[in-house]
Design a protein around this ligand. Sequence first.
Ligand SMILES: C[S@@+](CC[C@H](N)C(=O)[O-])C[C@H]1O[C@@H](n2cnc3c(N)ncnc32)[C@H](O)[C@@H]1O
Ligand code: SF4
Ligand code: SF4
Length: 423
Amino acid sequence: MSRLPSFFVDLVLALAPTRLLGLINHPALHDALGRERLNAAGGWINNVFMLPWRQRRARLAPRDEETRAYLREHFCARPFHTVETTHTGLAFVCCPVWLPKPIGALALEPEALWNSATAREIRESIVDGSFRHCDHHTCPLIASRALLSRASAQARELIAQHRSGAPAPLPKHVILSHDKSCNLACPSCRSGLYVANKTQQAKLDDLLESSILPLLRNAEEVVITGSGDAFGSNHFRNVIKRITTGEFPGLKIHLHTNGQLFDERAWRELSLEGHVGGVQISIDAARADTYANVRRPGNFDRLLKNLAFVETLRARGAISHLHFSMVVQTANFREMPEFVILARDHAADLVSFNMIRQRDVFSREEFVQAFIGAPEHPEHREFLAVLEAPELKSRIVGWGNMDAFAPSGTFARETEHADRLPA
Ligand SMILES: C[S@@+](CC[C@H](N)C(=O)[O-])C[C@H]1O[C@@H](n2cnc3c(N)ncnc32)[C@H](O)[C@@H]1O
Ligand code: SF4
Ligand code: SF4
C-alpha cells in the first residue's frame, strides 16, 4: 500500500472518500476510462483512504466504561480462526468494516500472512481485553453483547496458544471475497454488470494456486462468496472445482449466491455433491415484477425453478442449512410476509431481513428514498403496519440488522453476516 503524508490523507478524507468511490462507480466514467483502470483506482482509494478512515473511526469512537468493562471480561475467537479475502488484494481476520486493519497482502505466503506482525497485534488486542482495533459501534457482537466469556474453555485455550508464542495454526474459517464478478447488477449493490475479463481472471486463477488453496489447508468451512456470485464468477467456479476434486475432504463449502445459476447442471459440473454445508440465497422479493427491479437482470421464473431444485437438496440432506435473505427497502417491504411463505414453501431453515445500507453506488438522495426504516420516510407508517403481519412472527425469521423493528417475542439475531460466523 503506498504511503501518503498524513495531512494529505486527512484533507482528502475531509472531502468525503465515499464521493470519490461514488464517482469511480459512475458508468459514464467506466465508458470513458475503461474498467480495468477504474477498478485499480477504486482499490487504491479504498486501501489508501477508506481503510485509514475506518481505522481512525474505530480508534476515535467514544468508548464508555460499561463497554470497556464488558470487553475485559469477554473474548472474540474470530481473529484466531477466520480470514477474509477482499478484491483490493488485502486479507482481514474479521469483517473489514468492523475490524478495518488488514493483516497483509493476500499474495503473501499463507503462514506469513496468518502470523504477520499485524495479525499477532490484533490477537493481542483481544487477549489484553482492549479490543482496540475493533469498531465498538459497528461490531454487532460487541453491540449486542454476544461475545464469548473469557472464562470459557475455548477462550482459555486460544489465549494460552497465543501466549506460547508459537505460530497460530492456519484458519478454520475462510471467507473468499476477492472477486466481484457477478451475473446480476442489483441496484443496492452496484451500478452496472461486472465480470472479470480474461486478464483479470488469469491473475485471480494464479492467486488460486499460490495463495488461496494453501490458505485452505486447515480450513473446515469456506464461504463463497461475499463479494460477487459463487456461480457467476468463473474464478470462483474454478476454486469450487479445485476444492471438489478430493484434495480437501474435511472442507465444507458455504454457498452465498443470488441463485440464478444454481441449477442441477451447475451442481453436477462443479461436483458439489458431498462438499456443501450451508447455502444462502439472496432474493429480495416475492413477486416477479419486484424481483426484476431489485435483482436486475434476474428472471423470477428461473429463480423459482432453481429454488425447487435446491429444495430437493435440502430434503435429501445434501445441504445442511438453507437460508433465504431479503435486503429490505422501499421497493420490496410490502412483500415481507409473502417472502416468509416463499421461504417456508421451499423448506428454508432461516429467512432473514436486513435493512438496506448506504453504499457508494447510490447517491444520498437515492438512499433516503430507499431507506424505509427512517421515521420521516413517507411510507414508514405503512412499513410499520406490514411488520404486524402474523407471517413475520414465524420462528424461522431472523432480523439481522433490523432488531429494532422485530415484533416482540420473535427471533432476533445477527444474520446479515451469518456467513461470517463459523458453525
Ligand atoms: C454482495 S452479495 C454477494 C453474494 C451474492 N451475490 C448474493 O447476492 O447473495 C452479499 C450480500 O449483500 C447484500 N446486499 C447487497 N446490497 C446491499 C445493501 N445496499 N445493503 C445491505 N445488504 C446488501 C446482498 O443481498 C447479499 O445478501
Ligand atoms: S470486530 Fe467484533 S467480531 Fe470482529 S474481532 Fe472485533 S469483537 Fe470480534
Ligand atoms: S447478486 Fe449479489 S453480488 Fe451480484 S449484484 Fe446482487 S447483491 Fe451484488
